[in-house]
Structures are given as structure tokens and as C-alpha cells.
Design a protein around this ligand. Structure first.
Ligand code: ADP
Length: 533
């Protein structure tokens, strides 16, 4: 094969046409390691032109800097006629590219005896794509295994980020979730490579739209940050860049069209093209989305079963108490009627009436709940007046057996186009709650007025009572939900009134909310549209 001497004085092999046309990189070198042949495929695989490569040392060209000493030892063995680690074998190893990055290659090394001495021949091809495919497949399998084995959503999140981080070699991998109740994003799980200190990059919550997870969740599309250090608009990108992170990619985790969260990875180098990474992560995010959806329906089924149990327990308990009072008062009246004074008789009758009323309110609430759930809660609007309704409701408050001050700040009239019976029901519920949940010595205040444009009536019911902890407030309008403040004090109730009140107000195109005011007490704010002009 040898037929000439190159400019550098090295022997140069004339590449036959087949080597020039081969897709396989072909590189030949002599026993001193000097390159004597370099075909076009070697040019594209290793980044040096034939002219640049010929006559140079093979180690300097294609061996990673940290492996060059070992390369020299290998060359010495090959030159000494020993097989070394490479001769006559097919192997994969990370070679080095002229641009200064690793190229995974599969190669064979063989030797021939030429007239001027031994020549070594390398045939090689880049296996980046194949390696990536198997790395991605291993990652997908690890994530699928993690999801299948996890027994809770939290455990699944931890397994996913760990599988992604370790399989792909990403220093930081995170799974974020949208917390709708608190209007922010929380970090469900994070995997950090050992030995990397995150400093102020390690945050547990983010506001919507802020940083990579916030952006991904805000518009529901993948985002790619090619250089965290240049992303000067984001405090978190800069914090990432300070701990050596360079690139980041985040994809949304969705359930149908609803964005549940974001899967975000941070790397210190770009190994794979943006679109392949995005493809891998989007596939994984879809798996996670399906998992969370499945999990949610399982949890809902459990919650439903629990709600049913709680419902039965509550109904039994709430029925039993008033019934027991009625039975014992009626029994006493029956047995001892003649021996009881007039006042005592009245006292027992009042007990019977009060408890019977409590039972009938409960029966009505349960019926309303059933109507609500079947979409049959009827509203019959007419021209009415909120002030009248509120005055009547206050007059109807059960005689207070504790010392409370109930005051109202109302104008003379507040015309309203609404169902007076249903609005009265809301007023009764809010007022009786305010009275029930306010200890002696407190105050209950009702206000109502129109807004500046007279388009809406703004009505508040405030008390100075036991209050509702801020963290529990978002759950307040759920069926059967009772705040810990009420449960701790064993104040009777069913957790039905507010659900029905909200449904009634919403059927009037109004809103009812709890105001976020400092303790003590609770303030409900209702807004209702005024009659059409
Ligand atoms: P109930 O009072 O029968 O339990 P509601 O649906 O009317 O049912 O109220 C739900 C829960 O909200 C109550 O159990 C109580 O924990 C809380 N709550 C409602 N109003 C007040 C209030 N004015 N002060 C404190 N807690 C309240």
C-alpha cells in the first residue's frame, strides 16, 4: 500500500478509492504513532482535514487528553508486537474531536507488515446516535420502572428525577407541580449529583411565570435555555450559572390540556441536540402525566369512599344528638307532666322545638345537597330587597344563650332581583355560623351596600369568633368540610351550609369568599349583581 513520502517526511499511504468513498473512518499510523492515512470519513468524524492529520501523532489527534499517557503505553505494546488492549478487537470508547469534545466511536484495530515496517489500521464510526438511543431507552425504562414501583405520587416523583439524573448524567433534575390553591409552584422532587452544592439555586417554591419551571407552566410549552449565565433576566438562571450549570431544558407535564407541572433538567454541557432532548423529556412527561392522572382517580375513589364513611358517621352523629334530646324531653313531659311547673314544661317544649328545627334544617340541607349534585337546585328570582331579608334573618336568630352583640349597618333599601327564599337561606347560614362560632363577649356585624357604579351589592358578615386557619380556607367550600377550629371545640355542624350557600350565590351570578383578614374572627364577603336597569 505504501508509495511515497509526505511533506513532513512521513510515509504516506495512497488511499484506494474504496477507502475514500467509505462511510467508515479509516486512519492508519506507523509504529511511532505517526498518521499515514486519513480518509474523508475520518475528517468528518474527528474534525481534522487529511493535510492537518498526516504526520501527526495519533494520540494527539484522537485520544482524549486525560487518556494520552495510557495511549502511549498501548502504542508501545502494539509496536512491540503485543496485542495490547486494542488489536484485533471490536471496541467502543470515547475518542476526541478537533473541537475539543468527546466522540463515542466503535472501532477495530488491525496491523499489517509493510516493507517499511508495521502499519496499524483503524476503522471507526461515530456511535453517538446509537449510544444516545440506548441511553434514552434505559432512561425511559428506569422512569417506567420507578413509576410502576412507587406507592405514592411523592415516591414516584423522587424515582423519576433520580432515574433521569443518574441515567442521563444531568447534575440537577427537578419535577415541579402547580399548586392551584396556593397559586404557586412547588418542587415535588429534586435529584442532585453527589458532591454538588446548590446554594441559593435550591428553592422549594416559585411564583407562576418565574424561572424555567414557572415559564413552562405558564405557557404549557417546552423551554430551552442554552446559556444560563446569559439569561440575565432570571435570578435563578444566574444562581445556576454560579454553581457551574450551563444549559437547561424544561417540558410541561399535562393532563389533557391542563398543565400539572414541569419536568426540568440542568446540565453543565450540551451533549445532545435540543430537539432530541425535548423529544425524550416530552415522552417522559407524558408518562408522568398519565401516571398522575391514574393516581388522582385512585385517590378520588379512596376519597369518595372515605367521604361516604364520614358522611354516614356525621349523619348518624348529627341525627342522634337532637333525637336524644327530643326523646328525653318528650319522655319527661309524658311521665312527669303533672309534677312539672309551667316554666319547666315550657323549657322541655322549647328543647323539643329547637332540636326538631335542627333536624329539619339538616334534612333540608341534605335534600339541597342532593338537588345541587343532580343539578336541580331551583332558583325563582323576583324583585326583592336584601335589607328586608337581612332584618328578617337577624330577627329569626335563635334566642342567644350567650352574650353576643349583633349589629347591622344597612341602608334603607337594597333592591335586588333574586330568589328571596334562597338568599334568606344564605343569610341564615352565615349569621347562624357567626353566632355559633363566636364565644360569649364577641360581636357579629352585618353590612351591605352597593358599589360605586350601583351594579353590585356588597354584603359582609363578620364575627370575632374562633376563626378558620389560613391554610384550611381554600377547602372551606367543600362538602362536609369542617375547620379544625370547629372540630377541636366540638361545636356541632355538618359542613353543608357553605357549599349550599356558594351554589345559591353562584346561581345568582354572584360570588362568596372568605376575606383574608388578621385574626380574630371570620369575615365572609358576598357580591351580588343588582337588578337590570
Ligand atoms: P357547619 O357549620 O354545619 O359545620 P358550614 O358549611 O356552614 O357547616 O361551615 C363549614 C365549616 O366552616 C364549619 O364547620 C366551620 O368549621 C367553618 N365556619 C363557617 N363559618 C364560620 C365562622 N363564622 N367562624 C369560624 N368557622 C366557621
Amino acid at each position: 500500500m505504501s508509495d511515497g513520502i509526505g511533506d513532513s517526511g512521513a510515509m504516506v499511504l495512497n488511499q484506494p478509492a474504496v477507502l475514500a468513498a467509505a462511510l467508515e473512518a479509516y486512519v492508519a499510523f506507523d509504529a511511532t504513532g505517526r498518521v499515514v492515512a486519513w480518509n474523508p470519513a475520518a475528517e468528518s468524524t474527528f474534525g481534522y482535514s487529511r493535510e492537518q492529520a498526516l504526520g501527526r501523532s495519533i494520540e494527539d489527534l484522537i485520544v482524549r487528553p486525560q487518556a494520552r499517557e495510557a495511549g502511549k503505553v498501548e502504542l508501545a505494546m502494539l509496536a512491540g508486537g503485543l496485542p495490547g488492549l486494542t488489536r484485533d478487537r471490536r471496541l467502543q470508547w470515547p475518542a476526541w474531536h478537533a473541537d475539543g469534545h468527546e466522540v463515542p466511536i466503535e472501532m477495530t484495530l488491525t496491523a499489517t507488515d509493510e516493507p517499511d515496517g508495521q502499519i496499524f489500521h483503524i476503522f471507526a464510526h461515530d456511535v453517538t446516535t446509537a449510544q444516545r438511543a440506548s441511553r434514552f431507552a434505559a432512561t425511559e425504562a428506569a422512569v417506567a420502572r420507578g413509576l410502576a414501583e412507587a406507592d405514592s405520587a411523592t415516591a414516584a416523583a423522587a424515582r423519576v428525577v433520580e432515574a433521569l439524573g443518574t441515567q442521563m448524567g444531568w447534575p440537577v433534575t427537578e419535577l415541579w407541580a402547580v399548586d392551584e390553591e396556593r397559586q404557586l409552584l412547588t418542587c415535588l422532587a429534586r435529584h442532585v449529583e453527589p458532591g454538588r452544592d446548590l446554594h441559593d439555586f435550591a428553592v422549594e417554591t416559585l411564583d407562576p411565570g418565574v424561572a424555567l419551571p414557572g415559564l413552562v407552566c405558564a405557557d404549557g410549552t417546552p423551554h430551552w435555555i442554552p446559556d444560563l449565565g446569559a439569561d440575565t433576566g432570571s435570578v435563578r438562571s444566574l444562581a445556576g450559572s454560579r454553581i457551574g450549570l450551563r444549559v437547561a431544558i424544561g417540558v410541561p407535564v399535562c393532563k389533557g390540556r391542563q398543565v400539572l407541572g414541569a419536568l426540568c433538567v440542568y446540565g453543565d454541557r450540551v451533549e445532545d441536540p435540543e430537539d432530541t432532548l425535548r423529544g425524550l423529556l416530552s415522552g417522559l412527561a407524558a408518562q408522568i402525566g398519565q401516571y398522575l392522572e391514574r393516581r388522582r382517580s385512585e385517590e378520588l375513589a379512596i376519597e369518595l369512599a372515605r367521604t361516604k364513611d364520614e358522611f354516614l358517621a356525621m349523619v348518624t352523629h348529627e341525627l342522634r344528638n337532637p333525637l336524644a334530646s327530643i326523646t328525653s324531653a318528650a319522655g319527661l313531659l309524658h311521665d312527669e307532666l303533672d309534677g312539672l311547673s309551667r316554666d319547666e314544661q315550657r323549657h322541655y317544649l322549647r328543647t323539643i322545638v329547637r332540636n326538631a328545627e335542627r333536624l329539619s334544617v339538616m334534612a333540608e340541607d341534605l335534600l339541597d345537597l342532593a338537588r345541587l349534585e343532580s343539578g336541580q337546585l331551583a332558583i325563582n328570582p323576583t324583585t326583592t330587597d336584601l335589607c328586608d331579608i337581612l332584618h328578617e334573618s337577624m330577627r329569626g336568630l335563635p334566642a342567644l344563650d350567650k352574650d353576643l352583640t349583633v349589629t347591622a349597618h344597612l341602608p334603607d333599601r337594597l333592591p335586588l332581583y333574586a330568589d328571596p327564599v334562597r338568599i334568606r337561606q344564605v343569610a341564615d347560614n352565615l349569621l347562624s355560623n357567626a353566632v355559633k362560632y363566636t364565644p360569649a363577649g364577641g360581636t357579629v356585624t352585618v353590612t351591605a351596600t352597593t358599589d360605586e357604579d350601583r351594579h353590585r351589592i356588597v354584603w359582609t358578615v363578620a364575627d370575632t369568633g374562633i376563626g378558620i386557619p389560613a391554610a384550611e380556607r381554600p377547602r372551606l367550600f367543600r362538602r362536609f368540610y369542617r375547620a379544625s377550629t370547629a372540630l377541636d371545640r366540638r361545636i356541632p355542624g355538618t359542613g353543608l351550609g357553605l357549599v349550599i350557600a356558594r351554589a345559591i350565590i353562584e346561581r345568582h351570578q354572584g360570588t362568596i369568599d372568605l376575606l383574608d383578614l388578621p385574626a380574630p374572627g371570620t369575615t365572609f364577603l358576598i357580591e351580588l349583581p343588582t337588578p337590570p336597569p
